[in-house]
Design a protein around this ligand. Structure first.
Ligand SMILES: O=C[C@H](O)[C@H](O)[C@H](O)COP(=O)(O)O
Length: 285
């Protein structure tokens, strides 16, 4: 599949649920669909990230979680059955597992494939150095394993997630997965030792009691000050030292690039070039 160039008009079939068969679809400019502006920007970021990073030689592909990732899978499906028949897709949780199955893609797991060619995932926020907060959907343990397993780890998001410092727009705090029997002690340590005074157990919305992750664990959301979040690696390391913590939703120095769909139909790309992050804009009218 040819890569889009800066300024190129991207055209694509009108989106439909990936599992829904249909006649040959008309080609419509990406930004002229019936999706809301936010959904359009998510889709734009996802499509360009797939076009730029998922090549025919990539056979083991990690699929992240969240509301942007369905567009990643949609674009992968558009690469065609011939390319996808020899590929294996590794999910980061229940949602992406269902997505892979319903898209008729081959499902695998990271214990069979501990080395992944490319993982593409969403993010709750991404900072200037490509550090990010993940775990707004409680999937960050598996997501981090798949990010580490990947030769290339790519983030996709809409423009609201593109920030200077983590914790700017995503305010619930750092998601922390903890083993259930240790949650009260971890909370106490967060409040009194690490100074996250409002850290709280994440409660379920349509169930009495706490959110339970795909791994059977609880989630704590722990806010930290702007000053502390300017050094997310240090925050992550201190949380990770607390006994009972399984994983922290701060991904530091892991992503090679992040794609943000903008409201004007362009995509902002931040990518590592050596040890520097460079930024460019791709226009997809
Ligand atoms: O646990 C959830 C994941 O880290 C998601 O990738 C993250 O919350 C972003 O999701 P969305 O694309 O829906 O904003």
């Amino acid at each position: 599949m040819p890569l889009p160039h800066v300024g190129e008009v991207l055209t694509t079939p009108v989106p439909r649920p990936v599992s829904m068969p249909g006649p040959t679809e008309p080609t419509t400019p990406l930004t002229m669909s019936k999706l809301s502006p936010i959904e359009q920007s998510k889709r734009l970021a996802a499509y360009i990230a797939v076009d730029k990073h998922i090549f025919p030689e990539h056979k083991i592909i990690g699929i992240g979680s969240g509301s942007t990732v369905p567009y990643v899978v949609e674009r992968i499906v558009q690469q065609g059955k011939e390319l996808n028949k020899d590929r294996v897709f590794i999910p980061t949780g229940f949602q992406s597992k269902e997505l892979i199955i319903s898209s008729n893609l081959n499902l695998g797991d990271v214990d069979q494939f501990p080395t992944i060619d490319v993982t593409i995932d969403g993010a709750d926020e991404v900072d200037l150095e490509l550090n990010c907060i993940k775990g707004g959907g409680a999937c960050h343990l598996r997501e981090k394993v798949l990010a580490e397993a990947a030769k290339t780890f790519i983030l996709v998001a809409d423009y609201r997630k593109n920030v200077e410092y983590l914790g700017t727009a995503f305010t619930p705090g750092v998601p922390i997965e903890v083993v259930p029997f240790a949650y009260a002690k971890v909370l106490q340590n967060l409040h009194h030792v690490l100074g996250s005074r409002t850290a709280a157990l994440r409660m379920a919305k349509a169930k009495a009691g706490p959110v339970v992750s795909d791994n059977g664990n609880f989630i704590i959301d722990a806010p930290f000050s702007r000053e502390e979040m300017m050094n997310p690696y240090s925050v992550m390391a201190r949380i990770k030292m607390l006994t009972g913590v399984v994983e922290v939703g701060l991904f530091c120095h892991m992503a090679q690039a992040a794609y943000f769909g903008n409201q004007d139909g362009s995509v902002t790309v931040k990518r590592m070039e050596g040890s520097q992050v460079v930024e460019e804009h791709i226009t997809a009218p």
